[in-house]
Design a binder for this molecule. Structure first.
Ligand code: PLP
Length: 385
């Protein structure tokens, strides 16, 4: 194997297109310059369709978690009641962040590997007799590979409460449909190193007008993540309050070019194809899927091989083929494996990971299943082209 070849199938960070790397290598520009203002405005506006937003998307230097923190600390005040839908590790993180800012957090705990059904949220909201300031949800729960039915959860939230609906879209925005107005999302956040094909370090925050009003009046102590600073700076100076992640924003402009050239609709259907190819291939390998078809994410697929095979599969992929996948988190550690397929990922990449799995499973099972998974995945692909 070539030593420097690595194939990244982790659900973040994800591979970066060559053109994006080149864009990030352009000469540095001063951030208090016309050139930067132009870049910032261009990117903030071209992100609107990707976020299904009606207003420019705010850019903050930080990882995805900083976007979650910003979404919480600009809304939640000490003692506020909030509901957090917890379908896995990232829902749990959202709840912990809200708690850190003094919220009274009502956790709607869903079994990991399942999605939150709209009627589960409905019953939960009905059972609470306190005013709810915000309902927090995770679009793609990366720790399990589940895609939550955000549109329906938004409808239920607005039907039963006056709460803001706040969504973590870190591991899927850029790969899935979303419409903040129609889906009644007030704040939608994401990060750079997942479906948006960039290195880690840039956070995205889309807020509607209603959320902006709440942010303006929020008394919670904060400084760097005070979104009022970012809004004022953007609208008054087309700038950012602090030094922005200039190179990442330059990279983001190239990502916008790529997405527009392929067409956002096509980007979304490509991810559906990647998911279908991988899932149908895996079924030929005697590797059980962890998540049911109807709630499976198009960006990350979890598998549940028997426990003795977990380490050999993960290590075998890495050592024999340079393919890197992820393990489980929290109580799913050692129980599942996760394969990321978001952003800069093609159908051929899926065949690569399936080929590796075929070879490893053939030796683990002691029978020849070479070609089985790839044939199945190619069939799925053929029907699509
Ligand atoms: C990756 C991820 C985050 C943010 O994690 P960082 O490590 O801070 O970038 C948050 N939510 C979800 C759903 C994620 O997948």
């Amino acid at each position: 194997m070539l030593f420097n070849q690595q194939f990244l199938f982790t659900p973040g960070p994800t591979p970066i297109p060559e053109r994006v790397k080149l864009a990030m290598n352009e000469p540095m520009i001063a951030h208090r310059s016309k050139a930067f203002s132009h870049l910032l405005e261009d990117v903030s506006k071209r992100l609107m369709p990707i976020f299904g937003a009606k207003d420019p998307v705010l850019l903050v230097a930080g990882t995805g978690t900083s976007a979650l923190e910003a979404a919480a600390c600009n809304i939640v005040e000490d003692g506020d009641h909030v509901v957090v839908i917890v379908t896995g590790a990232f829902g749990d993180r959202f709840a912990n962040i809200c708690q850190a800012f003094g919220a009274s957090v009502h956790r709607l705990n869903i079994e990991w590997g399942k999605a939150c059904e709209p009627d589960q949220l409905e019953n939960y909201l009905k059972s609470l007799d306190v005013p709810i300031k915000a309902v927090f949800a995770t679009y793609c729960e990366t720790s399990t590979g589940v895609l939550n039915p955000i549109k329906d959860l938004g409808t239920i939230t607005k039907l039963h409460t006056d709460a803001l609906f706040i969504v973590d879209g870190v591991s899927c925005i850029g790969a899935v449909p979303v419409d903040m107005e129609d889906w009644q999302i007030d704040i939608l956040v994401s990060g750079s190193q997942k479906a948006l094909m960039l290195p880690p370090g840039l956070a995205f925050i889309a807020l509607n007008q209603r959320a902006r009003e709440v942010v303006k009046n929020c008394r919670t102590k904060r400084f760097y993540f005070d979104l009022n600073r970012y809004l004022t700076s953007y609208y008054e100076e087309t700038s950012t309050p602090f030094t922005p992640a200039v190179s990442l924003i330059a990279g983001m402009r190239e990502v916008c070019n790529l997405v527009e050239q392929e067409g956002l609709e096509n980007v979304i259907s490509r991810h559906q194809l990647l998911k279908s190819m991988l899932r149908s291939g895996l079924q030929e390998l005697d590797i059980p899927l962890f998540v049911a078809d109807d709630i499976a994410s198009p960006t990350v697929t979890s598998i549940k091989p028997n426990e003795n095979s977990i380490a050999p599969i993960k290590q075998g992929l890495q050592e024999r083929f340079g393919i890197v996948i992820a393990g489980g988190q929290k109580h799913l550690k050692g129980k599942i494996l996760r394969i990321g397929h978001m952003g800069y990922c093609t159908p051929f990449d899926i065949l690569r990971v399936l080929t590796g799995l075929e070879m490893i499973q053939s030796s683990l099972l002691g029978r020849n299943i070479l070609g089985k998974a790839t044939a199945k995945a190619e069939e799925v692909w053929s029907k699509n082209v």
